[in-house]
Design a protein around this ligand. Sequence first.
Ligand code: BGP
Length: 476
Amino acid sequence: MKQSRNNKFLWGGATAANQYEGAWKEDGRGMANVDLIPSGQSRYEVMSGRKVSFAFDEKLNYPAAEGVDFYHHYEEDIRLFHEMGFRCFRLSVSWTRIYPNGDEDMPNEKGLEFYEKVFRECQKYGIEPVVTICHFDCPVGLIQSIGAWKSRKMIDQYLKLCTTLFKRFKGMVKYWITFNEINMILHAPFMAAGIVIEDGEDELQVKYQASHYELVASALATKLAHEIDPENHVGCMIAAGDVYPYTCNPEDIWASKLADRENYFFIDVQVRGAYPSYALRFFEQKGVKLDMTEGDIQALAAYPCDYISLSYYSSSLVSADPEMKDKTEGNLFPTLRNPYLSASDWGWQIDPLGLRITLNSLYDRYQKPLFIVENGLGAKDELVNDTVEDDYRIDYLRSHIRAMKDAMKIDGVDVIGYTTWGCVDLVSASSGEMRKRYGFIYVDKKDDGRGTMKRYRKKSFDWYRRCIESDGEQLL
Ligand code: BGP
């Protein structure tokens, strides 16, 4: 697989429609699961599919509605990305901007026009778009009519979206990611896949059946992408981060292996093209029975993905001892606290060497090009004199970029690109907050929705520009 059109390492930044675009009702966009997830106390229950309502509660705040208004700021934002020297820009399409209800025969032209304008703007600056086809969003129309990914019918709906995108943006977009963090379906099924868990339903059965349909959809999307344009590169994606054993007690080692497998499962299918035997045994033991046809099995085998993309924020830690209860937060679910690591303001532990370890694990296992499409520090920033002195963010990124470079130069891991998460401040996925900021660009927007949306360059803005210019060598 070629690295990029000009064979350069893909430095850039990453975003997602539901956290960034806003304009949720504009130009014919329909309602999506992500629109219905409030910030605050009830967020997790809604994300996990246990307390979903299809009507807005006036007392709650729904941050996806406005995001940080990329819809009306795309020219300014992409110009700023260009100023930093971005070679690529990861964004996702909002499914309901293109198929508002999901089941229409014809796409919404206005929605397609918006993305075309965005891609043209990228083209103007030689920025390669990296497009996530589904970053958590799913049309409410399809949740209500067929139960979203609970149904096999969802595969055709998704492929209809893919066909529209691949045809319309042929020649403009070469890098695609089929599903953002596909393993998140196990932890936040409503947010990740529009799945509502009904009373009495076998949650494991529902989640793995939906995963199976997504895996088949991903394989068939890869086939389509290659047929429509042989230049297309299609990636799978996981929320990565090796799971460490708490001690050298073999019981702990075994617990960490099982936890790693829970994530690897998805990539094993998407890269190796078949269900691993450990997964089939696990399903048998748990009474999970999958609707899996001969056609599915053939599709998985025939159309593996071209590269593996990953998000990495931290490693995690497990113990076989149920008495070990000292936990801290992590990407959507908690982990045991690692005494050797410091943590962010949100309790996410900081482990740059963990990135090198994770890259090595993935490369050892799959021997496929890797693309780090999310990494970064969520922190409380203070805007003073129109800027933010975010040395803490620079420190985090510097140490992780060094670790990535070590994996590439010393260990020989094939990494094709690196995009920081939330290169411009946007809404947090786990908490719905604005004050958890990741960007090089500060956006004037508060948790309660107040703010002008004005953009400001942080100290890290110039730092990242120098980093890209020197291909990651100039990190001071
Ligand atoms: C990943 C998601 C992103 C993003 C990121 C940071 O799981 O793919 O959408 O938000 O995590 O998480 P948070 O926003 O919760 O800090």
